[in-house]
Design a binder for this molecule. Sequence first.
Ligand code: ZN
Length: 587
Amino acid sequence: MSLMATFMAAQVEPVSYTLRFPEPHTHYVEVEASIPSAGSEPVELFMAVWTPGSYLVREYARNVEQVTASAGGKPVGIRKVRKNRWRADAPGPLTVKYRVYCREMSVRTNWVEAGFAMLNVAPTFLYPVGDLKRPARVTVVPAAGWSKVVSPLGEGNTVTAADYDTLVDSPLYAGNAATYEFEVAGKKHLLVNEGEGGMWDGPRSAADVRKIVEQQVKMWGIAPYPRYVFFNMLTESGGGLEHKDSTVLMASRFATKLKSTYSGGIEEGDFRGGWLGLVSHEFFHLWNVKRLRPVELGPFDYENENYVRSLWEAEGFTSYYTELLVARAGFINPDEYLAAISSDIQTLQSAAGRTVQSAELSSFDAWIKQYRPDENSRNTSISYYTKGGVIGFLLDARIREATGGAKSLDDLMRLLYQRHSGPRGFSRAEFDQAAATVSGQDQSTWLTRALETTEELDYREAMDWYGLRWREAPAEKRASLGADLRAAEGRLTVSRVSRDGAAHRAGLNVDDEILALDGYRVTQESLRRRLRFYAQGARAQLLVARRDQILTLTVTLGEEPGRYRLEADRNASADQKLNLAALLRPY
Ligand SMILES: [Zn+2]
């Protein structure tokens, strides 16, 4: 922005909001908005229907009530004209008041209770339609007994945002959270732990977040934010959402108690991601997505779906780096890292949906599929997080192999950032050009096959570069039913049927209650044990109840799905061992 432009912007009167919590235990925030004059047209206000980073229309306006308007102290008519819009009978300046019910504990919605408020902006603020460049000023009046207000927009109870996009990207917290401050690359970082409850190890978590931050800033070579806030809600829930200068995380206050729930680790043979992985993932987004983004991810239409084909990069590559950077920061060892990438490969290879939906289509259909899984999802779809992450792993190995280890996906991410982190974003063609520049080879044919088709991915190249092999499966193979089961209220029922598995062929349905196998009653545990007495291809009679009707189904038992667990090959060459070490080496 030029000096003149800055001066002009400063002249535009902001929309001013005051937030109050007179009865926080009833879960309401009361909003008073001063809407400046913007011409002679009546004021029309909208509420966003979705939050950037979470691609589902969530209809936030459903929690808004008692919208009233006034001008100079006199009431002005205001009424709904769309599901998420209100039109006043007069132009500005107007004062508009309303209340928002805040009792949905997730990283994209609002929560208010006696002890604190965690507010997202999309589901809280009504904004003038067509006036998104207008700045905003927000004053938070904390409830009695609340000692602090935290916003990525700055210190204090009143903060300003340059425009609606900036406001939407800036969640607000008020309460008495434990806060920890540290500096990396000359920038302040704040960890806000709401709900430590004597269980969460606050000082340790702050010290460890710092290590993740250091590793990532070194990788990207730039800390492009004035100050960064980790809102860490220890509310026995889960999830994370990225913002430009902050993130909202949700976790269990007990997560620091176990390695697997804290830094991630192997439990019962499988990798389990931990809280530091969540930190790593969301922090990585401040570069990848919030500043370097696919071209379709902006400018946002806050009232409609925004279709995007490249979430395999935005979310998938971020997922690839999630555990990689936790490993580089020293929290998981090479075997644990290999278990983490293996769990993505396992998830992908065991979903029949990989033969139905490409990574690109998975991204495009996020709005109707990713956040709305049902019993058939794994048969018809894959996650752009999972397949995108695996593609990131494979592309990284391809770049390393093509350059004899001189370059890596890290170099590609940095080059993309240099070239495309401006306001426009990158196209798929520009991504391919950058990949060719870094690797010295055209990657577009490989990328097109990996991203736009459902052809199986080839893991051999990466395994060969890093000296990896599949861990041998146990010699004893079990017969499989090809269905997921759920035990609840004394009943064993089918929760999912795998396409082309034994249950699918036999006509076993989701919600069927399984009563007996070959004439003997089973529980979830005894069925699992008894299936071990059968060989693959053996026939068995299943007694089931479907909507209270008793049926007998003949099942020809199938093969257990393959296991995909990478490990370092003991016979790997010295070069291969160096290649694996280079992948995991800290900056
Ligand atoms: Zn993400």
